[in-house]
Structure formats: structure tokens, C-alpha cells
Design a protein around this ligand. Structure first.
Ligand SMILES: *[C@@H]1O[C@H](CO)[C@@H](O)[C@H](O)[C@H]1NC(C)=O
Length: 217
């Protein structure tokens, strides 16, 4: 009873939780249009999030263990964004844009929901080892209500570990708010069963939940 059921509930709760959170949009005070869901980003502050390289006055402090091979970043997307670039710095405390190199050079458009992107292994320096420090930078363009389009920054500070030593489950899945809403509607209408037109969206939702569950073992 304990294992699978509680894990499924946890996964579903996780998705429901983040979906509820992203309903706020970027005009609230807890996140910009896009934020890291994993690894954890530096404290967010509306006054700083258009200032590079990290959109935060904080320095690298708290670090998340990040696998040397097969690492991904998971994003919370509250408002549509474009021209997304992911960069990494292998300095202990990067302070300038020139400290970073591109690891995912261009993602055109992203919509409300969640996206998870693998970091190509070729972008991690060969001499990186357990304990090597790095900072992952996210830069993107978005338009907040009543403002012109601006570029935004966020950083997540990590410490490399061998993949075999990872102890946390990475919430890595892709689902848009629209797919999530369709699934909720279908479940409510059918008293818990899914059928008909909702099947495709429900499948996507379950695939997303499945990915989270799989990542937990
Ligand atoms: C999510 O979508 C991106 C872009 O299409 C893709 O690169 C990535 O592998 C997908 N992630 C998952 C977990 O399916």
C-alpha cells in the first residue's frame, strides 16, 4: 500500500501544487515570469530580476547537488517567454556575464506550465569532478502587464556529484497549463475516470506524473 500509492499521490500533488502556483502569473511577489523549479534558484526579488548576470543581489550560497552526467533543469513558467538561453559558469562566485558559457543556446517560445531540459554532457568540463562548483544561469525575454518586453535573469547554484550519489528526485516533466486544465476537467466530469476527447491530454498528464514517479526510484 505504502510504496506506489503514496508515490503517485506525491507526484500528482506535486503537479497540482505547481499548477496552482503558476496560476498567480508574474504580477505577484514570489516569482518572475519564469523560475527554476529545480535546481533551487537564488532568492527572487522583482527589483533585481532584470539585472544580469543572476537577477538577484544574493551571492552563491545554498547549493543543490547536480549530477556530473545526465543533469537537467526544470522550469516553472508562469507567463509566456521567448529567446531562452541557459548558461553555466564554473567559477565559485560568478559576477559578470563573461563568466558564463552557453549550454543550451536558444529556445524560441515557452508557454505556461513546466519544461525540463537536459544539459548536454559535452558542455560539462572534462575536469569537473565531485565537489566542483557551478552556477546555472537562465536568461529569457518576457513582457509583464503594462510594461515593455524585457530580459530577465535567474541563477541556480550547484555542486557536482556522480549521478550514482544523487539522493533527490528531480521533478523533470513537460506539461502546459492547458493540458493540465483539460485533465482536471475530464477527471471531474467523469467522476475520476478519463474518456473521450480528454484522453490525449490525460495521457500527457499521466506521462508527466509517470516521469516524476520513475525519477523517484
Ligand atoms: C521537454 O521538452 C524539451 C523541448 O522539446 C525537450 O528537449 C526535453 O527533452 C523534454 N523533457 C522531457 C522530460 O520530456
Amino acid at each position: 500500500m505504502h510504496g506506489i500509492t503514496s508515490t503517485l499521490l506525491l507526484a500528482t500533488g506535486l503537479i497540482a501544487g505547481v499548477a496552482a502556483q503558476q496560476g498567480h502569473g508574474s504580477d505577484t511577489t514570489d516569482m518572475g515570469p519564469v523560475a527554476f523549479m529545480w535546481p533551487e534558484d537564488r532568492a527572487w526579488n522583482a527589483a533585481d530580476d532584470n539585472v544580469g548576470p543572476c537577477g538577484s543581489k544574493e551571492f552563491a550560497g545554498k547549493r543543490t547537488d547536480f549530477p556530473l552526467v545526465g543533469g537537467s533543469i526544470a522550469l516553472n513558467i508562469a507567463d509566456p517567454a521567448e529567446d531562452v538561453v541557459v548558461r553555466m559558469s564554473f567559477k565559485n562566485n560568478p559576477t559578470s556575464q563573461s563568466d558564463f558559457v552557453d549550454v543550451i543556446s536558444h529556445i524560441d517560445d515557452i508557454v505556461e506550465g513546466h519544461q525540463c531540459y537536459p544539459i548536454p554532457a559535452s558542455k560539462i568540463p572534462r575536469d569537473a569532478e565531485e565537489g566542483t562548483l557551478a552556477t546555472i544561469q537562465l536568461e529569457y525575454w518576457a513582457q509583464e502587464a503594462g510594461k515593455k518586453k524585457e530580459s530577465f535573469f535567474a541563477c541556480a547554484d550547484v555542486r557536482f556529484v556522480p549521478a550514482s550519489k544523487m539522493t533527490t528526485a528531480v521533478p523533470c516533466f513537460n506539461v502546459t497549463s492547458e493540458e493540465f486544465a483539460t485533465q482536471e476537467e475530464v477527471v471531474l466530469k467523469n467522476g475520476g475516470k478519463t474518456s473521450g476527447a480528454g484522453k490525449v491530454a490525460a495521457g500527457l498528464f499521466l506521462a508527466a506524473a509517470g516521469t516524476v514517479v520513475a525519477a523517484m526510484f
